[in-house]
Design a protein around this ligand. Structure first.
Ligand SMILES: [Zn+2]
Length: 357
C-alpha cells in the first residue's frame, strides 16, 4: 500500500496505539521494530486531548512524532463498547463519556471530521458493530443502517478530506476512506453488505463485527464467505483479530491487514507469544531460567534478557516489565507476518518460473 506517510508491505499486522501511543513503547522503538503503520482510536483521541487540539498541533503524526502511516477507526466500536447511556438513531449515536460522563454525539459526518482533523492515512467509515449473538432481523437492520452510514461517511469525507491546515501531505497522496462489511454471522448478509459497499467504490474494505465473542470457526467461516466478494487488488482488512496462528491463517487466506490489542495487552499481563507456544512469564518455573523468552526470536529483548529477569520485573511490578514484554510480543507478531509475506513471495516466484518437468 502506498499511503501519504510511506509504503506498507502486506499482509501487515498493525499495533494498536489507542491514546496516540502503543502502550509502553516509544516511537523510536516502533521504528526499530519496523512498524510501518499503527492504529489510533478516534473515540479516545476525540475525548482526550480532543481532535481540535490535535489539529492545532499539526495532526496526530506531528503531535505524537510519528512520520509513518496511521489508520484511525471510526469511533463506533468504542462508542458501543465503552460509553454509557448511548442512544442510536438514524442520525448517529448520542453517548456519555466513560471518563467524565459528559454528553457527546457521533454521526458519520462527525466521525469523518474527527478523523480528518487527526490526519490519518486511512480513515474508517462510521459503522454499527453488530453485537453477538444477533438474530437475523437485528443483523439485517444493523447492516442496512451501516450501509446508509457508509454512503454518508464517503460523501462527507470526499468533500472535506483536504481540510487540513498543515497543508498537503508529504508526497501529496490522498488520504483514504475504507468501507466496513457487517452482517452479523450470516453469510448471505455478509455477501449483500460486501456487494453494496463495492458498488460505492472504496479504496479498501474492512470486515468488521468479528472477534466479538463468536467461536473461532465462525470467524473463519465469515472471513472465507466475505473475502472473495471484495476486490483482490484493494486492501482487505479484518478488524480486531487475533492470535498469532489466526493472523497467519487469515493472511494466507488473502487478508491484507489486521489489528489487535492482544499482543500489547497480553504482554502487560505477562503472557508472551513464542515459537514454542504461550509463556506465562509470571510462573515460578522461570525464576532461574537463563534462556530468552523465545530461543528462536532475535528481537531486542530475546537477544539480551533472560526469562528469569523478565519474571523478576513482573513480580516487582517494574514499569520496564511492560516495555520488554510488549516489545517481544510485537516483534513476534511482526515476524509472523513477515514470514507469511516471504511464503507468498516464494509461491509467486514458483508460479512465474518456467516449467522444467
Ligand atoms: Zn523476542
Amino acid at each position: 500500500m502506498t499511503l501519504p506517510h510511506g509504503t506498507v508491505e502486506t499482509p501487515v499486522f498493525m499495533p494498536v496505539g489507542t491514546q496516540g501511543t502503543v502502550k509502553a513503547i516509544p516511537q523510536h522503538l516502533l521504528e526499530a521494530l519496523d512498524v510501518r503503520i499503527l492504529l489510533g482510536n478516534t473515540y479516545h483521541l476525540y475525548l482526550r486531548p480532543g481532535h481540535e487540539a490535535i489539529r492545532r498541533m499539526g495532526g496526530l503524526h506531528r503531535f505524537m512524532s510519528w512520520d509513518r502511516a496511521i489508520l484511525t477507526d471510526s469511533g463506533g466500536f468504542q462508542v458501543f463498547s465503552l460509553s454509557e447511556l448511548r442512544k442510536v438513531t438514524e442520525d448517529g449515536v448520542a453517548f456519555r463519556s466513560h471518563i467524565d460522563g459528559s454528553s457527546h454525539f457521533f454521526s458519520p459526518e462527525h466521525s469523518m471530521d474527527v478523523q480528518i482533523a487527526l490526519g490519518s492515512d486511512i480513515a474508517m467509515a462510521f459503522d454499527e458493530c453488530t453485537e453477538y449473538p444477533a438474530d437475523y432481523a437485528r443483523a439485517r437492520a444493523s447492516l442496512d443502517m451501516t450501509l446508509r452510514w457508509a454512503k454518508r461517511s464517503k460523501d462527507h469525507f470526499e468533500a472535506h478530506k483536504h481540510d487540513r491546515p498543515w497543508g498537503p501531505e508529504p508526497d501529496e497522496q490522498t488520504p483514504n476512506l475504507f468501507g466496513i462489511v457487517q452482517g452479523g454471522m450470516f453469510a448471505d448478509l455478509r455477501r449483500e453488505s460486501a456487494e453494496r459497499l463495492v458498488e460505492m467504490d472504496f479504496p479498501g474494505y474492512a470486515i468488521g463485527g468479528l472477534s466479538v465473542g463468536e467461536p473461532r470457526e465462525l470467524t473463519r467461516e465469515m472471513i472465507a464467505a466475505t473475502l472473495p466478494l471484495l476486490p483482490a487488488d484493494k486492501p482487505r482488512y479484518v478488524m480486531g483479530v487475533g492470535y498469532p496462528d489466526e493472523i497467519a491463517e487469515y493472511a494466507r487466506m488473502g487478508v491484507d491487514m489486521m489489528d489487535c490489542v492482544l499482543p500489547t495487552r497480553a504482554a502487560r499481563h505477562g503472557l508472551l507469544f513464542t515459537s514454542e507456544g504461550r509463556l506465562n512469564i509470571k510462573n515460578r518455573q522461570f525464576a532461574e531460567d537463563q534462556r530468552p523468552a523465545d530461543p528462536n526470536c532475535g528481537c531486542l529483548v530475546c537477544s539480551r534478557y533472560t526469562r528469569a529477569y523478565l519474571r523478576h520485573l513482573m513480580q516487582a511490578q517494574e514499569p520496564l516489565s511492560a516495555v520488554l514484554n510488549t516489545l517481544h510480543n510485537l516483534a513476534f507478531y511482526l515476524e509472523t507476518m513477515r514470514r507469511v509475506r516471504d511464503e507468498i513471495a516464494v509461491e509467486k516466484a514458483g508460479q512465474s518460473a518456467p516449467q522444467t518437468a
